[in-house]
Write a protein that binds this ligand. Structure first.
Ligand code: PLP
Length: 382
């Protein structure tokens, strides 16, 4: 008897998690692999959580999340994202991971197809496969800064397509999609009767351009996924939310009952403080990522590499000069003690590059990049 179900056996392992584990076995390695902010969660958020726990907010909550938090989220979505919705259209989830999972659980049947960006975050194929659905990659246009190629997306839509995942700002490319491209994609999805699943994990990390939420168009086929992980340096709190139109949120909340009953009550108290409190830290962290981005791009450019400056999120893709990216990433860790993620972990479109995370201390980032350049030099720049 096999230990796992056939469906689970087919679930691919995230290439990011594999690197994290490998890198953890190299003490002192410069960690340019993880997408985990190097900042502490702002003190007023931590204090609110401590107060809530001490006051006994330590019990189950409604599956969709506590009402005051959902009201705060609905107000934030209206004010900052232009999404017209009420508290009943919102479900508090265990980060964007949890949000994407329950949204897909509600939207996808086994055998359905979901279109995912390539290169794109490693979680999408994993989530789809765990539900018996199939992730079908759509290539982003590398020649145009990884912009959306609408014809390519349209060509991937087939009879089993149920949803299209959109991720702007993008992990790993750093692309921020233009409003016109987002509107065109919403319209394409509507015309084909498919859902748009919009992962807006990096909405607050935009350096150039402007973050636009597809749901702001008012279309009834957009499910939006958000998280506090990146905006407020709250990755460990596991808190995010989904906004879904037309009564769908009730199903998403019911799906969550099966998975976790509800999100941690203490994390929900922290999220209330994050959304209701001062937002200075969000802007401060963004500016810190911006200066790391500028320094990293300048350092690589000075060494003869010319990475595409990310317009958002906190990663950049560095070309490996023709060397296989997985082998290069392994060699960089083994011989130079620098951990990065091989670009092919993000799909075929990431081949020939490695993803460098910018959310580390500046000196560590500079050291890591110096070693990366040294590792490349004998082959790529000789
Ligand atoms: N979506 C994208 C594009 C991500 O990069 C990540 C994490 O790196 C997530 C979702 C998951 O984030 P969370 O911590 O909110 O689950």
């Amino acid at each position: 008897m096999s230990a796992t179900s056939r469906r689970f056996a087919a679930v691919p392992r995230s290439g990011i998690r594999t690197v994290l584990e490998r890198a953890a076995r190299v003490p002192g390695a410069v960690r340019l692999d993880a997408g985990d902010p190097c900042f502490a969660t702002p003190a007023h958020i931590v204090e609110a959580a401590l107060r809530a726990a001490a006051a006994g907010r330590t019990h189950y909550t409604p599956s969709a999340g506590v009402a005051p938090l959902r009201e705060l989220i609905a107000a934030k979505l209206a004010a900052r994202n232009g999404i017209a919705c009420g508290a009943d259209d919102v479900v508090v989830t265990a980060g964007a991971c949890g949000g994407l999972f329950v949204a897909m659980l509600v939207l996808l049947d086994a055998g359905d197809e979901v279109l995912v960006p390539d290169p794109g975050w490693t979680g999408y194929p994993t989530l789809a496969a765990s539900l018996g659905a199939r992730a079908v990659p759509y290539r982003l246009d590398a020649g145009r800064g990884f912009a959306l190629d609408l014809d390519e997306v349209a060509a991937r839509i087939g009879p089993r397509t149920r949803a299209i995942v959109l991720n702007s700002p993008s992990n790993p490319t750093g692309a921020v999609l233009e409003p016109a491209a987002i509107e065109a994609l919403v319209e394409l999805a509507q015309r084909n009767g498919v859902w748009l699943l919009s992962d807006e994990a990096y909405e607050d990390v935009v350096f150039e351009g402007e973050h636009r939420s597809p749901a702001a168009t008012g279309a009834g086929n957009v499910v939006s996924v958000f998280t506090l992980s990146k905006s407020y340096a709250m990755t460990g709190w596991r808190i995010g939310y989904v906004a879904a139109p037309g009564g769908l949120a009730a199903s998403v909340a019911r799906a969550q009952e099966a998975v976790a009953s509800c999100v941690s009550s203490v994390s929900q108290a922290a999220a209330e403080a994050a959304l209701a409190g001062p937002q200075d830290a969000v802007a401060e962290m963004r500016e810190a990522y911006r200066s790391r981005r500028d320094e990293a791009v300048a350092q690589l450019a000075g060494a003869g590499l010319a990475p595409l400056p990310p317009r958002g999120a906190f990663y950049l893709l560095a070309a490996t000069g023709g060397e296989d990216d997985a082998l290069f990433a392994q060699r960089l860790l083994d011989e130079h003690e620098v951990a990065v993620v091989a670009g092919s972990a993000f799909g075929a479109g990431g081949r020939g590059s490695v993803r460098v995370s910018l959310c580390v201390e500046r000196e560590r980032l500079a050291t890591g990049l110096e070693r990366l350049v040294a590792a490349l030099r004998p082959r790529a720049l000789a």
